[in-house]
Design a protein. Structure first.
Lengths: 345, 147, 323
């Protein structure tokens, strides 16, 4: 294991950014989000949760797929090139890492999404342990350990130092490229263990850590889908897309065309099941009420996805929807509502 | 002509003209052989109040460097009051665009009657001059429409 | 709070109302949600504290279509929105029983968190009779902050504590206004054109097009928004080009110009903290200056500034003259 003083982090970031694109949490207009490093970046590693997750680095909110251009009577079709260079995402939390695993199951299974696969192949994930978890966190419920995130490199911020532990070949290579800035250390294991104990202690007392997922599994489709609980539960929902856009695992997208000056740009962008045109088809929409769309989001996360992915939930307990929903509605309230009334109903 | 000497860049200017006054004014300018720059593309609308802020933004999105709205003089609207509403809307919209840091001169409203061919030509000449002095519109367009 | 519950139960049991629209206590100490209550026993969960910032008037559109009357709790600023909705025939006055509730300003949890308070497990009483100092228990120890330091920014420029429409009133309000409503707009107006452009570019670049601002807005009550049209080639869910966020926010602000009551919900709900009220307030300021002072939602009769005119109105050229 290695360590580096916090004061030297900017040198570390400069070094990494000199060779690869570096995404890390930055304060932009008062909000902390992942963005590509530059000299003027206001880096913010203290805010626990970025507003949006790190999902954009692998599955951006919008990306061009191909462009058609008209030249005289000819039509030129140009596919967007795939990611070819390595890049680093620094500071992902255990929940964000799990989010990427959820996306992997969707985009890397046949038929493989080549745009996503290229980004995954070139992305190097540096995960950071959560120094001070907050009340909206519930990753423990999904079996994650925020104190010991597993990625290409894991880091811990302890006091004035950052401890660095490569975990994979990619991680070793990244470590080698910044070796001169890192200091090999003996006492690290002990320090990190102490920090981990401390983090886990906090996680144990978080208000959502005892949330029960009983009744939520791949076999629960009929039971949950027909429940009358949804009818009242969705009422405060404004049908905005905040929860889906800040979510590290929401993976639905829409494909659209934009008419440019002399052609078409075909792009895809995130879709939200909360929107009225979600999965719109020629015949119309098969979910024509907000209740149905609302239900879709939670059924997908807690029932359909586990049914197709060996029981893995498509929620990582990051708690972003808990913090950001304008109507204070969220997946935790949904789970609790079923605990209270739904299981009996 | 004077304008051609100003280099390669040619502005794109959209003029929304009401059917009853300004469009006829443009016709009169033409039949009176009064010239105005070919950079101005006229879009005929039934009334100046048909123009919704979205039209103006849409024009900018698709590459316009200036947008001008022409209608009947206040009080002379074919539909009695349409241009009064248009006047309030455009005042507020232009003020908002200015507030967002879009250059002031890129938008304009002018009342041109069917008898004012000369005014039409003069207005368009002035407006095109203004747009030349402001240069290309880079603050309010969609980059995808540039290529 | 107890009075609210008691009165709501009373009205339900008398059959004067069929349901109650209020806020239901959340699972954390600061996240109550708007809710309909139909049975007396459910009302135990009704809450009215500092975190009940949500403006309930828009939910009355839905309630107006239901049989029977709905009891709705409206804060002073919410009554402006409700009036405006009546004026636009979007809600039915006859279907509503309005209880105007007092307000001492509402809280912004983000402002509490910005003071370094995290891991919140409980919050002391933030109701109408709560202390000026809020005690907050967190996993990381007890913290305090003043009520004033955590107010939503809209409450600092409160329009006043008078309810513009009600059937009965409950609870005392407290004054929270300590800033001028148009100061922020004036600050921006004083910047150079380049600075203004850079300012808005930066703020709007944060927009994720979640449409929360639109969906929460009581003035945005179109059955189908133009931005949701499938025939519209700008996406309503992504800013593929920076033009799209400008287009959306300009058009949205314009569409509610003269109808926006400045309730501040748009800025409250924005997950990216974009000061969206700056658009609406600019229109309000301009309307006041050009066409005389006007407050949307003040009453249910006066014509809006964009649906009326005078012969002597200023010409659009004034914008250039003012610079």
């Amino acid at each position: 294991m290695y360590k580096i003083r916090k004061d030297d982090l900017s040198a570390l970031f400069r070094k990494i950014a000199g060779e690869k694109e570096l995404y890390l949490p930055q304060k932009i207009g008062g909000q902390t989000n992942y963005a590509v490093w530059d000299e003027d970046a206001e880096i913010d590693l203290n805010t626990l949760k970025t507003v949006k997750s790190a999902k954009d680095a692998f599955f951006p909110q919008f990306e061009t797929l191909y462009t058609c251009k008209k030249e005289g009577k000819k039509l030129q079709v140009e596919a967007e090139s795939l990611k070819e260079k390595d890049f680093v995402v620094f500071g992902m939390k255990a929940c964000d890492i799990q989010g990427v695993k959820v996306l992997d199951n969707v985009f890397l299974s046949e038929p493989v999404d080549s745009y996503y696969a290229a980004r995954r192949a070139h992305g190097i994930l540096v995960a950071m342990a959560c120094h001070e978890p907050e009340e909206s966190c519930f990753c423990k419920v999904f079996g994650l350990d925020a104190a010991d995130p597993s990625a290409d490199v894991a880091v811990w911020m302890i006091g004035e130092e950052l401890y660095w532990k490569p975990l994979t070949e990619k991680g070793e290579a990244l470590t080698a490229s910044v070796q001169e800035l890192l200091e090999e250390t003996e006492d690290a294991e002990k320090k990190v263990e102490e920090e981990q104990v401390q983090i886990r202690k906090i996680i144990d007392v978080l208000p959502y850590s005892n949330l029960s997922l009983e009744g939520w599994n791949g076999d629960a489709t009929k039971d949950r889908f027909d429940s009358p609980v949804w009818e009242t539960l969705y009422k405060p929902c404004l049908a905005c897309g905040t929860c889906t856009f800040v979510c590290p695992t929401c993976q639905c997208y829409d494909i659209k065309d934009y008419t440019t000056a002399n052609g078409i740009q075909r792009y895809r962008c995130w879709d939200s099941c909360m929107y009225s045109d979600f999965t719109m088809m020629a015949h119309g929409n098969n979910r024509n009420s907000q209740m149905q769309r609302f239900r879709q989001r939670f059924m997908h996360k807690l029932v359909y996805y586990p049914a197709n992915n060996n029981g893995m939930y498509s929620c990582t307990g990051c708690g972003r929807c808990v913090e950001k929903c304008p109507s204070s509605l969220n997946i935790v309230k949904v789970i609790k509502a079923f605990e209270e009334g739904g299981n009996k109903a | 002509m004077q304008i051609k000497e100003k280099g390669e860049w040619k502005p794109k200017i959209v003029a929304f003209c009401c059917n009853w006054c300004s469009y006829a004014g443009a016709d009169l300018a033409g039949s009176s052989r009064l010239s105005y720059p070919a950079d101005v593309k006229i879009i005929r609308v039934p009334c100046s109040c048909r123009v919704n802020p979205m039209f103006i933004l849409r024009a900018f999105e698709r590459g316009a460097d200036g947008v001008i709205l022409c209608g009947c003089h206040p009080g002379d609207c074919h539909y009695s009051t349409g241009n009064f509403y248009a006047r309030r809307r455009m005042t507020l919209l232009f003020s908002m665009l200015n507030y967002l840091g879009i250059e002031n001169g890129r938008t304009r409203v002018e009342w041109v009657s069917a008898a004012e061919g000369a005014k039409f030509s003069q207005t368009m000449n002035e407006f095109v001059e203004k747009i030349y002095s402001l240069g290309e519109n880079v603050r309010l367009g969609d980059l995808r429409c540039k290529n | 709070m107890q009075e609210l519950i008691t009165r709501a139960k009373e009205l339900l049991s008398l059959g004067m109302v069929s349901r109650v629209l209020g806020w239901r206590a959340g699972d954390l100490s600061y996240n109550p949600e708007p809710a309909f209550f139909e049975k007396e026993e459910e009302l135990g969960k009704l809450v009215y504290d500092g975190f009940c910032g949500a403006n309930l008037s828009k939910y009355m559109i839905e309630a107006s279509a239901l049989p029977g009357k709905t009891l709705v709790f409206l804060k002073p600023c919410d009554t402006y929105s409700f009036n405006q909705l009546i004026k636009e025939h979007r809600v039915d006055r006859e279907k509503a029983y309005v209880i105007g509730v007092g307000c001492r300003g509402k809280l912004d949890i983000e402002k509490i968190k910005a003071q370094g308070i995290k891991g919140i497990t409980s919050v002391s009483d933030t109701g109408l009779n709560g202390e000026d100092e809020i005690k907050i228990q967190t996993i990381y120890g007890e913290k305090t902050c003043t009520y004033n330091s955590a107010l939503l920014s809209r409450c600092h420029v409160c329009k006043g504590k008078e309810h513009k429409i009600y059937d009965e009133l409950m609870g005392e309000s407290r004054e929270t206004k300590d800033a001028e409503r148009f100061d922020e707009v004036k600050t921006i107006e004083a910047m150079s054109s380049e600075e203004r452009f850079a300012f808005f570019q930066k703020e709007l670049s944060k927009c994720i097009r979640c449409n929360a601002c639109r969906n929460v807005c009581p003035a945005c009550s179109c059955r189908k928004c133009v931005f949701d049209s499938t025939k519209f080639d700008s996406a309503q869910k992504a800013n593929v080009d920076s033009f799209e966020e400008k287009m959306f926010h300009i058009i949205r602000a314009f569409h509610v110009a003269g109808r926006c009551t400045d309730c501040g919900e748009c800025s409250r709900v924005c997950p990216q903290g974009i000061p969206l009220h700056l658009f609406n307030r600019k229109f309000i300021k301009d309307i006041d200056e050009f066409y005389g002072e006007f407050q949307a939602g003040e009453d249910i009769e006066t014509k809006g500034p964009l649906t009326s005119y005078t012969f002597e109105d200023v010409e659009p050229g004034i914008v250039k003259e003012r610079g």
